[in-house]
Design a protein around this ligand. Structure first.
Ligand code: AOF
Ligand code: ZN
Length: 362
């Protein structure tokens, strides 16, 4: 029996599953799949940690013989290639499912429509495009890396009631513990997190995920540090063996003799020192390393540089109730002064603060 009326609810479940492994599937997208027979879920799965097995094969295995005649909901077109695993499209055909509802087609050139063709050629009814907008959000990292050869970039800003990000050289608490928890969750979904050296010098942050059960989800940490000012004693350097740290330096700091000893000390602590010409080439390098999502977290200078380069896909802006006053560092954007290309897609109240999420429209 075809699902029809409940398609939205089952696809919503598949999307919920897909979000569970964001940041954990490496270069592979985190896909959700739900197998439904007579209106009941008989198998469901998300792409495994590390990227394999894929979602469909796991969900079909759970469903077993009940997959015959079933409706299958999957957030990405089932694969058609023999990669690390045999094609999911073939597994769906072999399981004799009746109908496959797909949210998005797969831009991977090895798939790109072939997965859907395999299903149709086998007489399976195929529908594509349900809840595309939500799907694009859940798979934003994968889609951006595949189509733009760079990670999806989220700019995270905490702005005071008077539009400031803080004060130079000094840590100012702008938002409360509820926002902090939300930020930890966003970090856990990211492959990498980036701050400027100013943030390291004033806040000495650790930039890890500190939520019970999610500690192992910390993304790699990147510091933009043109002159190699990062203290060897900073928390970032001291924890580089647990969670990787990359320090991005200018050409001079990469080779300057007077900094040779410091470079050596940092390397001994486990820090990787990298020189990149500009932000675009940095992002290309990260994509080549298989990183699909980057969260830019700190500093007015860094935020402005990413915005000016047109390299921000999403802005997460938290707005606190405190004021910073004279000597504050002005935020490049605020909730009441947001560039037109960014559209508000969500807002919520977190404790005394507010959280806004914007997406670049193009
Ligand atoms: C699916 N279901 O759950 C995922 C898919 O390296 P491989 O062999 O694992 O292939 C990676 C590609 O598989 C990836 O680029 C994307 O096209 C697809 N990911 N496909 O049918 C899944 N994660
Ligand atoms: Zn597959």
């Amino acid at each position: 029996m075809a699902g029809g009326g409940n398609d939205g609810a089952f696809m919503a479940r598949a999307l919920e599953l897909s979000r569970q492994h964001l940041g954990l599937t490496g270069t592979n997208p985190s896909v959700g799949c739900v197998v439904v027979r007579n209106g009941e879920i008989v198998g469901e799965a998300v792409t495994a940690v590390g990227g394999r097995p894929h979602a469909e094969t796991q969900a079909l295995e759970i469903a077993g013989a009940r997959a015959e005649g079933a409706d299958v909901y999957v957030t990405l077109e089932p694969c058609s290639h023999y990669g690390h695993t045999p094609p999911c499209a073939n597994a769906l055909v072999a399981a004799k499912v009746a109908r496959v509802v797909v949210c998005l087609t797969d831009p991977d050139p090895r798939v790109a429509g072939r997965g859907l063709s395999i299903l149709r050629d086998a007489g399976i009814s195929v529908e594509q495009g349900l809840m595309q907008e939500e799907g694009r959000r859940a798979l934003a990292g994968y889609l951006t890396r595949q189509t733009k050869n760079r990670p999806h970039v989220t700019l995270k800003l905490a702005v005071s009631a008077d539009g400031m990000l803080g004060r130079r050289g000094e840590e100012v608490t702008i938002t409360g513990p509820e926002v902090k928890q939300a930020v930890f969750r966003l970090r856990a979904e990211s492959d990498a997190i980036l701050v400027g050296i100013g943030t390291v010098l004033s806040d000495d942050p650790e930039l890890t995920v500190r939520i019970p059960g999610l500690e192992d989800r910390s993304p790699i940490r990147i510091v933009m540090d043109r002159k190699l000012q990062i203290p060897v004693t900073s928390k970032l350097v001291q924890t580089a063996r647990q969670v990787p740290v990359i320090v991005l330096v200018g050409e001079q700091a990469a080779s300057d003799e007077t900094l040779a000893e410091k470079r050596e000390q940092l390397r001994e602590a486990g820090v990787e020192i990298v020189h990149c010409r500009d932000l675009a080439s940095l992002l290309r390098t990260l994509a080549e390393r298989g990183l699909s999502s980057l969260m830019v977290e700190g500093g007015a200078v860094v935020a402005r540089a990413f915005l000016d380069a047109g390299l921000v896909d999403r802005i997460i802006l938290s707005e606190g109730v405190v004021t910073v006053g004279v000597g504050g560092l002005e935020s490049p954007v605020t909730a009441s002064d947001m560039p037109r290309e960014f559209t508000l897609i969500r807002s919520s109240e977190l404790g005394r603060d507010r959280l806004f999420e914007y997406e670049r429209s193009s």
